[in-house]
Design a protein around this ligand. Structure first.
Ligand code: S3P
Length: 204
């Protein structure tokens, strides 16, 4: 089932660009766009694709976190456990929200576990839940050893089911990614953001 439930208010119509020149203008985002969803949902790939297309920035929370801490996520889990990792993750999220200009932000799959993070994401940006099954996710992740919480498909499926209501709860829009390419998902995201009046392709 493919759905985009726009939980937002009234859908704002926005001016479509007409000429080539206008299409080349970088996009403008009214607020950060956060991608949430299970590991392997395509959050980082979709954020990068859209950033390239619209010539705006993208931030990967996990990548940012590893750079800031100077350690791989697996190392942080080994050293400080999931609890230690979650504390750093929340801190990094706040730093990104405070310092980055509106951009496409891909979040780690467990970011929605902390109520504080859900509230922040929802209040500060537009949250898109990319939905995926654990089975399909397993096929998309090239190296599962980099994901401390993805042990096997059965456990991952339980975790994904547990988290689903939390993803839903903080999402402004939901896209089922099953069987879809990164390009196709990116096009759906773009359409939603334009309909919501968050992404502008018109000139300043
Ligand atoms: C996690 C997902 C990972 C990473 C960490 C924990 C999770 O990010 O943050 O391994 O709890 O689901 P991706 O969703 O980008 O794989």
């Amino acid at each position: 089932m493919s759905r985009h439930h726009s939980k937002g208010k009234q859908v704002k119509k926005h001016q479509q660009p007409t000429g080539d020149k206008r299409q080349q203008e970088p996009w403008r985002l009214d607020k950060p766009v956060f991608f949430v969803g299970f590991m392997g949902a395509g959050k980082s790939s979709v954020a990068r694709r859209l950033a390239r297309k619209g010539r705006v920035a993208s931030v990967d929370v996990d990548f940012y976190l590893e750079r800031r801490e100077g350690k791989k996520i697996t190392h942080i889990f080994d050293e400080s456990g999931e609890e230690g990792f979650r504390a750093i993750e929340t801190d990094v999220l706040k730093e990104i929200i405070d310092h980055e200009t509106p951009s496409f932000v891909s979040c780690g799959g467990g970011i929605i576990k902390q109520p504080e993070n859900r509230e922040l994401l929802q209040r500060k940006g537009f949250v898109i839940y990319l939905k995926v099954s654990a089975q399909e996710a397993a096929g998309r992740i090239s190296d599962l050893s980099t994901r401390p919480l993805f042990n096997d498909v059965e456990d991952a499926q339980k975790l994904n089911e547990e988290r689903d209501p939390l993803y839903e709860q903080c999402a402004h829009a939901v896209i089922n990614t099953s069987g879809k390419s990164v390009g196709r998902i990116a096009v759906e995201v773009q359409r939603i953001l334009e309909e919501e009046g968050i992404l502008w392709r018109s000139q300043k």
